[in-house]
Design a protein around this ligand. Structure first.
Ligand SMILES: Nc1ncnc2c1ncn2[C@@H]1O[C@H](COP(=O)(O)OP(=O)(O)OP(=O)(O)O)[C@@H](O)[C@H]1O
Ligand SMILES: [Mg+2]
Length: 226
C-alpha cells in the first residue's frame, strides 16, 4: 500500500501581481518502506511539498493521501492527532520546547502518546547517545548549538517510532561526523523497523544513500530515479 499519494498538487503563495507558484502540479506516490530523497534547486518547492504532505500547510488544489486518508479533508484536531501518531518531523525550525531538557524534549511525543516512563527513558537514552548527545541530556536547547538542537529534534522525531518520517534537509546544520551518524540511524530504522523516510536534501552524501531520488524544478517533478 502507498504511504503517500499526492495528485496534481498546486500551491501558490502571495496575491495579485506578486504570486509565487511554489508547486505546479506535483504527482508523487511513495510506497511503504521507501528511503527517498527530494532534490532540486533552492526555491523548487521541496519544503512546500513536505509541509503539505505533513499537514503543516494546505495546498490550493490537488489531493494528499497519507496512509490512504485524505489529510486535506481532516479537521485541525484530526490532523493534529494524525501527525502525532503517524508522522515524525525533522524540520529546520526545530520547535524544541525551551524549558525542557534534551531528554524531556526527546521524550515529549512519546509522553503525549502515552508510552510508559521506563520505556521512554530507555529509548531516549539510546537515541540521544546515538546522535552524540550523551553528555547534553540534561541541557535545555538554549545551552546547545544549532547542530546539537537539530540532533535533539532528530532524536525526538525518531523516538516515537512513526511509520513515516519527513525530513527537510536533516543534515543541513550538522558536521560530517554527525551527518554520517544520523544517516546510519535513519537507514537502520528503515531496514529494521520498515519506517518510511522522505527527505529533502542538497547533501551529496545523503543523496548517495537514497534508494530513490525525485528531482523538483519550478514546482514540478522533472526526474524520478531509483
Ligand atoms: N511563506 C511563503 N510566502 C511566499 N512565498 C513562499 C513561501 N514559502 C515558499 N515560498 C516560495 O515558494 C517557492 C518554493 O519554496 P520552497 O521553500 O518550497 O523551496 P525549497 O525547494 O525548499 O528551497 P530551498 O532549497 O532553498 O530550501 C519559492 O519560490 C519561495 O520563494
Ligand atoms: Mg527548503
Amino acid at each position: 500500500m502507498s504511504v503517500i499519494r499526492v495528485k496534481k498538487l498546486i500551491k501558490v503563495y502571495g496575491k495579485d501581481d506578486v504570486v509565487e507558484q511554489a508547486l505546479n502540479g506535483v504527482d508523487l506516490t511513495i510506497e511503504k518502506g521507501e528511503f527517498s530523497a527530494i532534490v532540486g534547486p533552492s526555491g523548487s518547492g521541496k519544503t512546500t511539498l513536505l509541509n503539505i504532505i505533513g499537514g503543516l500547510d494546505k495546498a490550493d488544489s490537488g489531493s494528499v493521501r497519507v496512509d490512504n486518508v485524505d489529510i486535506g479533508r481532516m479537521s485541525g484536531g484530526e490532523r493534529t492527532q494524525f501527525r502525532l501518531h503517524k508522522i515524525g518531523f525533522i524540520f529546520q525550525a526545530y520547535n524544541l520546547l525551551p524549558v525542557l531538557t534534551a531528554r524531556e524534549n526527546t521524550g515529549f511525543i512519546m509522553q503525549l502518546q502515552g508510552v510508559d516512563a521506563e520505556q521512554r527513558r530507555k529509548r531516549v537514552d539510546k537515541l540521544l547517545h546515538s546522535v552524540g548527545l550523551g553528555d547534553k541530556m540534561d541541557s535545555p536547547p538554549g545551552k546547545m548549538s544549532g547542530g546539537q538542537q537539530q540532533r535533539v529534534a532528530v532524536a525526538r522525531a525518531l523516538a516515537a517510532k512513526p511509520a513515516l518520517v519527513l525530513a527537510d534537509e536533516p543534515t543541513a546544520n550538522l558536521d560530517s561526523g554527525s551527518s554520517e551518524n544520523l544517516l546510519m540511524i535513519m537507514s537502520r530504522l528503515n531496514e529494521e523497523e520498515g519506517t518510511t523516510f522522505v527527505f529533502s536534501t542538497h547533501d551529496m552524501r545523503v543523496i548517495r544513500k537514497a534508494r530513490r531520488v525525485v528531482t523538483l524544478e519550478d514546482g514540478k517533478v522533472i526526474k524520478d530515479e531509483s
